[in-house]
Design a protein around this ligand. Structure first.
Ligand code: ZN
Length: 107
């Protein structure tokens, strides 16, 4: 009997995936990127990521936003999404009506 053990196929080097849209980066390997930002698509995803990072920073430091969150957690009602969450949801859904390239200039 010459049944050789099934050869475990060596998976190729792992491709990095864009943390924003989830697209595989054909010429970027996981081993090449140091953080999630490294695998972002050039252009729109990178711009969107930059805008959201800046917005989250503003939201984290904003007293009105903090006050609203406190009020919402006390009321235990539905929480209104922050601007960064709204935009993230829209962009991930493919709605680019508000473009990150425009927002970058305003931040
Ligand atoms: Zn992307």
């Amino acid at each position: 009997m010459s049944t050789s053990a099934p050869r475990t196929r060596h998976p190729g080097p792992r491709r990095a995936f864009c943390p924003f849209c989830g697209r595989a980066q054909t010429d970027t390997l996981v081993s090449d990127v140091s953080g999630p930002e490294g695998a972002l698509c050039v252009g729109r995803c990178a711009a969107a990521w930059q805008v959201l990072a800046a917005l989250r920073l503003c939201e984290a430091e904003s007293e009105p936003v903090a006050a609203r969150k406190r009020a919402e957690s006390e009321a235990q009602g539905p929480r209104a999404p922050a601007l960064s969450e709204l935009l993230l949801g829209r962009w991930r859904a493919g709605d680019w009506t508000v473009s990150p390239e425009d927002l970058i200039g305003q931040l």
